[in-house]
Design a protein around this ligand. Structure first.
Ligand code: F6R
Length: 237
């Protein structure tokens, strides 16, 4: 893994946007994998600026997001669909039909997971996958466990995650989604290139576990050690 440390969030975001822009320029039909969460927001702002001011062209780009809540309407402000449109897609010239997130409202979630996996394959696979990391080393919604789950699948959110999310759902535990769909570890590992963004000293433990000698499902991100093309950008601030 290539690890780059920078001294500000602004620099991290600018650098990450440069990497993504280079992919868009060198392969206008590229498939990009995106993440939600607070860390990539600056990158998305920088990408929108490149599109607006420098003409970075997303018109032939296809995207697949890592994950989405189950049983939450996409119109809900906390859906990952809403997040992506608010923070990125509304600000770039991407075609709506080229944007993909798992459909957490699908009647048959298992079928949806299968379809999502198939759609990624049919699009030629992900060229560049953007990742964040959880404090517990999760990537996507792949939480610490006894194994690595390969394909896109349904996950039960941990009680800790449900409680942490409560503040986004009117502090009502009943309104917090209890399940999500996530790309699996195998899906993520199939990406040709991976760019992981890590912000904050509070993520150092997770980063250490990711880089530790032993690759173990108790830190799902540690599997990235087996990937030939991972770049990590870290900033303490
Ligand atoms: C988001 C995702 C998560 C986040 C991770 C870090 O789609 O899959 O794995 O990347 O939880 O989130 P932040 O950036 O909010 O610290």
């Amino acid at each position: 893994m290539k690890i780059i440390e920078v001294d500000s969030y602004e620099k991290m975001s600018a650098l990450a946007a440069d990497v993504i822009a280079a992919q868009v320029i060198t392969k206008p039909h590229a498939v990009l994998g995106f993440a939600t969460g607070s860390t990539p927001i600056g990158t998305y702002v920088a990408l929108a600026k490149k599109c607006r001011e420098d003409g970075l062209d997303f018109s032939d780009i296809t995207t697949f997001n890592l994950d989405e809540y189950c049983a939450l309407e996409i119109s809900h402000p906390q859906s990952y669909y809403a997040f992506m449109w608010e923070n990125l897609f509304s600000h770039i010239n991407i075609k709506k039909e080229n944007v993909h997130l798992p459909n957490g409202m699908a009647a048959d979630i298992d079928k949806e997971c299968e379809n999502y996996e198939k759609m990624i394959e049919e699009a030629g696979g992900v060229d560049l996958q953007l990742l964040g990391i959880g404090h517990n080393g999760h990537i996507g919604f792949n939480e610490p466990g006894d194994s690595f789950i390969s394909a896109t699948h349904r996950v039960d959110l941990t009680q800790r995650t449900i409680e942490a999310n409560c503040r986004f759902f009117e502090n009502d535990l009943n309104k917090v989604p209890k399940q999500a769909i996530t790309m699996g570890i195998g899906t993520i590992m199939k990406a040709k290139n991976i760019l992981m963004l890590i912000r904050g000293e509070d993520k150092l433990e997770a980063m250490k576990a990711m880089l530790a000698k032993e690759v173990h499902p108790s830190c799902q991100a540690s599997v990235l050690q087996y990937h030939p093309n991972v770049t990590v950008i870290y900033t303490a601030n």
